[in-house]
Design a protein around this ligand. Structure first.
Ligand code: AMP
Length: 578
């Protein structure tokens, strides 16, 4: 993020769109937005190296929205996304940015949804269609989606589409769109197959890659917490209660988030206030002064409002929302460790933002160590400790004579022992911070935690899987990734829950979670894999096993493929991509 950020108002966006962005609390364009919006408005093709969490959806949605002709009821923008979740998310983002454009219509289409519903919605003439490649292909084949008036096409998370086996579909779809359409492709990485697409289907694409500076921040201890189990607000409160801190600054992404969080913390008894671009200069200065004077302990700020903030007593920075890029991160954590002091920075990372975390670690060349949340016992002990301190200081500093008499009186009035009376008073005094906390929830099963920790495949319990036979095989040209992609998207089964897949000549087997509902199977039967309608049947009596690994040193010439004792071709064991 440079020191003189562009403003949304500099970006030539229609006033209706600007109004929505303001209402959503976006303060300034993120780096990818500042770079992409003008390019897409000029009509050039854009190749964005960006990942989730960088604001890339708005980077393409905002400029493309300004080009929609509301009078035409044919799709003018097509976005391809790897999963139904992303398709829905992108469609919702379009809808949110277009909330002041009357008559604007966006439609997500994805596998798993009934065709008749989609047909009805397509007939209503959406201006923007956001879909998963398989379903878009189906509608193109059926003639129910017409792309002859398409002005722009976006490939979102292209590397994910490649990983899920959709890249051929993507190419086929691109080939069916008007040659003069504009294209934007977003991908976190640029594998060769994606480069190929950019060469074949894009015109002189402008690359947008936000460079990150490296800096050293040796006096700042950096930690991260991967969000799981506990919501971010509760996690924040646990940290605030157990860390020994002086001033604290918490970074949130939007102005609205800063005020909401400030209110929530105030309600929990913290001296907290928001600091954002909606406040005038004078109010901002006054707020910062109150932090300096220790009248406030916590500021919840946006990046822009906290730019250049220099308050020595800030000992902790919490990145409640992960920043878009390394530069913003470095700037944020640099608010602590001022004037030669040491500081601490904690970053909250949602599982889907892990890639941003890696990017920050790579660019700063500093590891960010993963931390556990403070335990319930620690929180409880800290509360008791501070309660004890308050009691002691009251006894030291105040004259308690009148209160002692009052206690005596109350004991007589209520006919209670002093101990019972004290416990009732303690109960009343704890207010919003209970001194006895409910027990910690049971830890979730190991499987869940494993899958969160390594972010990849959870260890599959093969006893929980059944074996199914699908009537499409190697002779149809099927690859494991095609099967994973179809099942993951159409049956909405996370690819982590799909077991071993084996390809035979005329059929394949796939291991799926036991107890698959009949409607999911029925639905899968209507799905095309390699242009063949999926015939899927349970292989009764067949037990799911993990893929057998080859012993080290096994002779490589045999074993893959080859013939069995009866002279039939042996199935090749294909390992799935993770
Ligand atoms: P994305 O990378 O598109 O998934 O966006 C990540 C999140 O950032 C979404 O919740 C957006 O609403 C939010 N966002 C996008 N652009 C901005 C912006 N300029 N200011 C604040 N938040 C934003």
């Amino acid at each position: 993020m440079s020191d003189t950020p562009v403003a949304f108002s500099d970006l030539n966006l229609p006033s209706t769109v600007l109004k929505s962005i303001t209402e959503l609390g976006y303060e300034t364009p993120s780096p990818i937005q500042a770079a992409c919006i003008p390019l897409l408005q000029e009509g050039v093709d854009v190749l964005g190296m960006a990942q989730t969490g960088t604001g890339k959806t708005a980077a393409f949605a905002l400029p493309l929205l300004s080009r929609i002709d509301l009078k035409s009821n044919k799709p003018q923008v097509l976005v391809l996304a790897p999963t139904r979740e992303l398709a829905v998310q992108v469609a919702e983002a379009f809808q949110a940015y277009a909330r002041h454009i009357p008559g604007f219509h966006v439609l997500p289409i994805y596998g798993g949804q009934s065709y008749s519903l989609q047909l009805k919605q397509l007939r209503r003439g959406p201006h923007v269609v956001v879909g998963t490649p398989g379903r878009v292909m189906d509608h193109l084949d059926r003639g129910t989606l017409k792309l002859d008036e398409l002005k722009a096409m976006v490939l979102d998370e292209a590397d994910e589409m490649l990983r899920m086996g959709f890249i051929d579909d993507v190419e086929t779809i691109m080939a069916k769109t008007p040659a003069e359409r504009q294209t934007a492709l977003f991908s976190a990485t640029m594998p060769e197959q994606i480069r190929r697409i950019t060469k074949r289907y894009m015109r002189d694409p402008q690359e947008v890659k936000i460079a990150s500076k490296t800096t050293t921040m040796e006096n700042i201890e950096q930690k991260c917490w991967i969000v799981s189990g506990v919501n971010k607000l509760d996690a924040l409160v646990r940290i605030l209660e157990t860390e020994d801190t002086d001033g604290i600054i918490i970074f949130a992404r939007t102005k609205t988030a800063t005020t909401e969080l400030a209110e929530k913390l105030e309600a929990r008894g913290y001296a907290a206030a928001a600091l954002n671009g909606d406040m005038n200069q004078q109010l901002r200065e006054r707020t910062v002064q109150r932090l300096k004077d220790a009248k406030l302990d916590i500021l919840i700020a946006t990046d822009v409002a906290a730019r250049g903030l220099d308050v020595e007593r800030i000992s902790l920075v919490i990145n409640y929302d992960i920043p878009y890029d390394t530069e913003a991160y470095v700037h944020r954590i640099g608010r602590t460790g001022r004037a030669g002091r040491s500081g601490k920075a904690i970053l909250f990372v949602a599982p889907r933002e892990r890639r941003l975390l890696k990017q920050i670690e790579r660019a700063t060349r500093q590891p960010i160590t993963q931390m556990d949340l403070p335990s319930r016992d620690l929180v409880q002990n800290k509360r008791l400790e501070s309660f004890r301190e308050q009691i002691t200081s009251i006894f030291n500093d105040e004259d308690m004579t009148a209160y002692r008499e009052l206690v005596d009186q109350l004991a007589v009035d209520t006919e209670l022992e002093t101990l019972d009376l004290a416990s009732a008073l303690l109960f009343m005094a704890q207010k919003e911070k209970p001194l006895i906390l409910p027990p910690e929830p049971e830890p979730r099963p190991r499987r869940d935690r494993d899958s969160e920790r390594d972010g990849k495949r959870e260890r599959i319990n093969y006893a929980d899987l059944d074996v199914y036979r699908i009537e499409v095989g190697r002779s149809d040209g099927v690859q494991v990734k095609n099967i994973v992609g179809a099942i993951a998207n159409e049956a909405n089964i996370n690819s982590r829950h799909i077991g071993d897949i084996r390809l035979h000549d005329s059929y394949s087997t796939v291991q799926l979670p036991k107890g698959m509902p009949d409607e999911v199977l029925q639905h899968l039967k209507g799905v095309f894999i390699c242009r063949k309608k999926t015939e899927i049947t349970l292989m009764e009596g067949e037990v799911a096993h993990p893929p057998r690994r080859k012993p080290r040193g096994e002779f490589k010439g045999k074993g893959r493929g080859g013939n069995d004792r009866n002279g039939n071709r042996k199935p090749r064991r294909d390992r799935r991509e993770g």
